[in-house]
Write a protein that binds this ligand. Structure first.
Ligand SMILES: [Ca+2]
Length: 94
C-alpha cells in the first residue's frame, strides 16, 4: 500500500532553460520589449533578470518554489519571441 505523504514530492526550486530567445532591443538596451524574471510569485520579489536581445540567456534557478515571468512589450516591432522550458527541482516529502 502506498503512503501518499511518504512518496509526495515537494517542489523546492524552479529551473528555467531557454530554447530560443529573440526580443526587441536597441541602443537603449532592454527598453521597448523585455522579459522580467522574479525570484518569487509577485513583482516585489527580487528580479533575477531583465532580458532582451537575440542571445539565448543563461539558465535561471529560483531560490524557492516559484518564479514569475512578466513580458513587457509595446505596440511596434515584433521579434521572434522565446521558447522556455522549466523543470521542477524536487526533494522527497518528509
Ligand atoms: Ca516591440
Amino acid at each position: 500500500m502506498c503512503n501518499y505523504d511518504r512518496h509526495r514530492l515537494v517542489v523546492q526550486r524552479v529551473h528555467l532553460h531557454f530554447l530560443s530567445f529573440e526580443v526587441e532591443y536597441n541602443k537603449k538596451g532592454c527598453y521597448y520589449d523585455y522579459l522580467n524574471v522574479y525570484d518569487g510569485d509577485t513583482i516585489s520579489a527580487p528580479r533575477l533578470a531583465k532580458l532582451c536581445g537575440d542571445k539565448r540567456p543563461e539558465d535561471i534557478l529560483s531560490s524557492n518554489n516559484s518564479l514569475l515571468l512578466v513580458f513587457i512589450t509595446d505596440k511596434t516591432k515584433t521579434f521572434g519571441g522565446f521558447v522556455i522550458v522549466y523543470k521542477e527541482i524536487h526533494t522527497p516529502g518528509t
